[in-house]
Design a protein around this ligand. Structure first.
Ligand code: PHE
Length: 346
């Protein structure tokens, strides 16, 4: 079903790169979603990513209780190319110009391949950008918020699956030690969890050593016999084949779009593996950025909002159990309910 409100695809006048901005929904308010700068075999693959990711942002914002819709920006680089700094600036300016044309229907933030400094560059063309560094008037890096929200979600998962929310003594396999995954691993280690960690970058092994974690390849970590698998890298890792090989009791992590297709949620359910919908788990970044920049909330208020991710997830698990459906179906149904009632009210 075609459900996006507006999709802009443009050859950037400054960079000549494909600039894709997908606005999925503004039913609840300004659409939010980060700017992804990533290489794709074909620019059409970047479009497919933008379409999926922007739709997930609609559900993410709805379930986070934010008065916002979902969108996403993708700057599609050719495979193998690392843009020189000049091209990178040009591409971010092009993205900023498209966002400015949308006149406030969509605002961006950091995502895979971009960070706070890139938001300053986008900000040369538009004000509809979150997470500029504090010195430039923004809330800075959103990954601490995403990581804190993920740990709150993991506690809810442990409570639902094992009867106790405490991560101490439980085993987790964290796949991806980037800005979010690295922090999640650290927070889990600090609470006494046993860790297997993996990253495609061998330099991340030093973090494993520092945390006393077992270092593994991403493939090994994904099939490790642990309590919880925590996907914290790129999406699409849950497929019929990979689900058949899992040896964990639950899967919950901040990577966006973990399922290859929605039907894979049923396969997880059939295997008795509890899957926490990624768009609930990963909402901490957008929650903290908007709490600070739009609502001027205190650190305590932000922490309370991040902790509330656990309550949302607990409700999702409870309604899934009550209705005999997957957490994925329960979360989607709840998002639809919020979109319809709020959309009509507003
Ligand atoms: N990358 C963030 C996400 O996927 C997007 C974002 C963060 C948007 C912060 C705005 C502000 O949720």
């Amino acid at each position: 079903m075609f459900s996006h409100e507006r999709i802009i695809i443009r050859r950037g006048p400054e960079s000549e790169l494909p600039i894709i901005v997908a606005v999925h929904s503004t039913a609840l308010g300004t659409a939010l979603g980060g700017c992804r700068l990533k290489a794709y075999p074909q620019w059409q693959d970047g479009l497919a990513d933008a379409l999926r990711l922007s739709a997930a942002m609609t559900d993410k914002c709805a379930l986070a209780g934010l008065p916002n819709g979902g969108g996403k920006t993708v700057i599609a680089l050719p495979t193998g190319a690392t843009p020189d700094p000049g091209l990178r600036v040009a591409a971010l300016h092009d993205a900023g110009s498209v966002i400015e044309e949308l006149g406030g229907h969509y605002a961006t933030g950091p995502d895979v391949g971009t960070g706070p400094d890139d938001m300053v560059t986008i900000g040369h063309r538009t004000n509809h950008v979150f997470c500029r560094p504090a010195g430039a008037g923004g809330s800075g890096d959103s990954s601490p918020g995403t990581a804190a929200g993920t740990v709150a979600a993991l506690r809810a998962v442990c409570r639902a699956r094992f009867g106790s929310a405490d991560p101490a003594g439980r085993s987790f396999a964290v796949v991806g030690l980037g800005r979010v995954g690295g922090r999640v691993a650290r927070l889990l280690a600090e609470s006494g969890a046993k860790l297997v960690v993996a990253d495609v970058d061998p330099a991340k092994r030093s973090l494993a050593d520092e945390l006393g974690a077992t270092w593994a390849t991403p493939e090994e970590a994904q099939t490790a016999a642990v309590d919880v698998l925590v996907p914290a890298a790129l999406g699409g890792l849950l497929t019929p084949t990979s689900v058949a090989a899992l040896r964990c009791a639950a899967v919950a992590g901040p990577a966006n779009n973990q399922l290859d297709t929605p039907a894979t949620a049923d396969l997880l359910h059939d295997r008795g593996i509890l899957w926490a919908p990624d768009y609930v788990v990963s909402a901490g970044g957008v929650i903290s950025a908007t709490a600070v920049e739009l609502h001027h909330e205190s650190p305590q208020q932000v922490t309370a909002r991040l902790d509330a991710i656990a309550d949302t997830l607990t409700e999702v698990f409870a309604s899934a159990q009550r209705d005999g459906i997957t957490p994925s179906a329960a979360a989607t149904a709840e998002a639809r309910r919020r979109l319809v009632s709020r959309g009509q009210a507003g």
